[in-house]
Design a protein around this ligand. Structure first.
Ligand code: GLU
Length: 503
């Protein structure tokens, strides 16, 4: 493997959605390969036909693309190796399985599921760890089944599986890049099924064959696969292949340290996409689930490029990583705060256009969808929103007339003279030539001072009429962005609708 180009793979089974844990596995494999100028490939492991879900493969690919984790080869991408879909490679697995049969590392097993279950129960009763009882292990391989019996069954066309024969009394030792040296005693390893009765290989067999043929140098995957390692290593040994280096990532935990589960929140990447999280924040968040830069670094916001530069498996911990949604929300806010306005506008504009297709706006469409207008909105609101879509949903008043006025605030802020003051002030506003936050502020102060009033008598009602609500960005800046025409229209409409005393 010395001097070999690094190749990692993400090998999901298309059984539904992309789990955040799966995204982390994909990301770490991607970062590891990219940092070392290697290749990252995607392999669809669809050999368990009972767990297949329609459309899952496309969803996986879409979610990875959304996250910016683009394979160098793989389904749909062509290349010398792709597409990698295991169900299209059955002849390859059969060929290698035949080799193991010929070399007496594998054997046919005709046990029925009832027999297997009976055997399992018996072993459990005896306090043993359930394992196949080797009834069909051929006599010439150290078992008791005569070759003639096996041939008879094959001739009859009886259904069978093919099992690997785990050697007796060997210990399997390997080095995990995260966990260090690990040793297993072969006595604890079952004669794993390699080929199922439907002619499909099992995950264990297909993944070993493929990791070898696809020249994967490193296998980085979830901790749950650690117990499978000895079987895989034995297979490498049977074939005389050099195994890849392996790294098993820590579990993802709920805040109460139980295993991350659907019951305590969303686990599908698609759910987070739907809720409006950006891929930058999700990737950043997922990267920190188990990895940290160390060396006293306090950095928490990382771009994909920085992650590629800084990632290393040495800095991935063994202990479970807690999935803290507050941290994700915080990261999302950081991204919105710091992303260039034009980038935010790219996301906001289509959302606004979709909204405009459903609702009427009294503001000119060319104006409110313009780069200049949207950038102003984004700059004014970026500290206040938690998601990009909130630029439209949290402050719709930048695009649509308020549909109502917050009742409590109106009750609190309206006094007998409010409407008259608003009416009088609107005349003053109309006279402003350059309708800016500064000129509006000066005008307002000049207007209230001679009357012996405080600016607040107008500030609050103006905000309510302009936006419908009592909170938001600086009033003067908000009015500037809305523009004179809109502000005057909303004041006139408001004083028509709100009558004093407010009921
Ligand atoms: N197909 C397995 C899964 O769905 C892949 C495990 C591995 O990376 O070897 O997780």
């Amino acid at each position: 493997m010395v001097g070999q180009r690094v190749r990692t793979r993400f090998a999901p089974s298309p059984t539904g959605y992309l789990h955040v844990g799966g995204l982390r596995t994909a990301l770490y494999n991607y970062l590891f390969a990219k940092k070392l100028n290697g290749d990252f490939i995607l392999r669809i492991e669809d050999t368990d036909r009972t767990r297949m879900v329609e459309g899952a493969q496309q969803n996986l690919i879409k979610a990875l693309e959304w996250a910016g984790i683009v394979p160098d080869e793989g389904p749909g991408l062509g290349g010398d190796y792709g597409p990698y879909v295991q169900s299209e490679r059955l002849a390859i697995y059969s060929k290698y399985c035949q080799q193991l049969l010929d070399d007496q590392h594998a054997y046919y097993c005709f046990a029925t599921s009832e027999e297997l279950e009976e055997n399992r129960q018996l072993q459990l009763k005896q306090g043993l760890q359930p394992k196949y009882n080797r009834k069909w292990l051929p006599a010439e391989m150290g078992g008791s089944m005569p070759a003639s019996e096996i041939q008879k069954k094959l001739d009859e066309g009886a259904p069978y599986v093919i099992r690997m024969k785990v050697p007796d009394y060997v210990s399997v030792w390997f080095e995990d890049m995260i966990r260090g040296p690990i040793e297993f005693d072969s006595a604890t390893i079952d004669d794993q099924v390699l080929m199922k009765s439907d002619g499909f290989p099992t995950y264990h067999f297909a993944s070993v064959i493929d990791d070898h043929l696809m020249e994967c140098t490193h296998v980085i995957r979830g901790e749950e696969w650690l117990p499978s390692m000895p079987k895989h290593f034995l297979l490498y040994e049977f074939f005389g292949w050099e195994p890849p280096k392996v790294a098993h990532l820590p579990l993802l935990l709920n805040p109460d340290r139980s295993k991350l589960s659907k019951r305590q929140g969303d686990v599908a990447v698609e759910d987070y996409i739907r809720k409006g999280y950006s891929s930058d924040a999700i990737v950043n968040f997922v990267a920190l689930l188990g990895w940290n830069e160390g060396d006293g670094s306090e950095q928490e916001v990382y771009s994909m490029e920085e992650l590629i530069n800084k990632f290393s498996l040495e800095r991935v911990g063994k202990a479970g990583a807690v999935f803290n949604i507050d941290k994700l929300n915080w990261l999302e806010k950081q991204y919105i705060k710091n992303r260039p306005a034009e980038k935010l506008v790219e996301v906001v504009r289509p959302l606004l256009l979709a909204e405009l297709a459903k609702r009427e706006s009294l503001m000119p469409k060319e104006l409110i969808t313009s780069e200049e207008y949207l950038e102003k909105v984004v700059e004014l609101m970026r500290e206040r929103v938690g998601f990009e879509h909130e630029f439209v949903t949290f402050s719709p008043y930048f695009f649509f007339e308020p549909e109502s006025y917050d009742e409590e605030s109106v009750k609190k802020r309206w006094v007998a003279q409010t409407n008259d003051l608003l009416q009088e002030f609107s005349v003053e506003l109309e006279l402003i030539e350059e309708f800016s936050a500064d000129t509006i502020e000066v005008k307002l102060k000049e207007f209230v001072a001679p009357k012996g009033l405080k600016p607040a008598v107008l500030i609050h009602p103006l905000r309510i009429l302009a936006s419908g609500v009592s909170f938001g960005p600086s009033l003067y800046h908000m009015l500037e962005v809305l523009g004179k025409e809109t502000v005057l229209r909303r004041i006139r409409k408001g004083i028509e609708v709100i009558t004093f005393p407010v009921s």
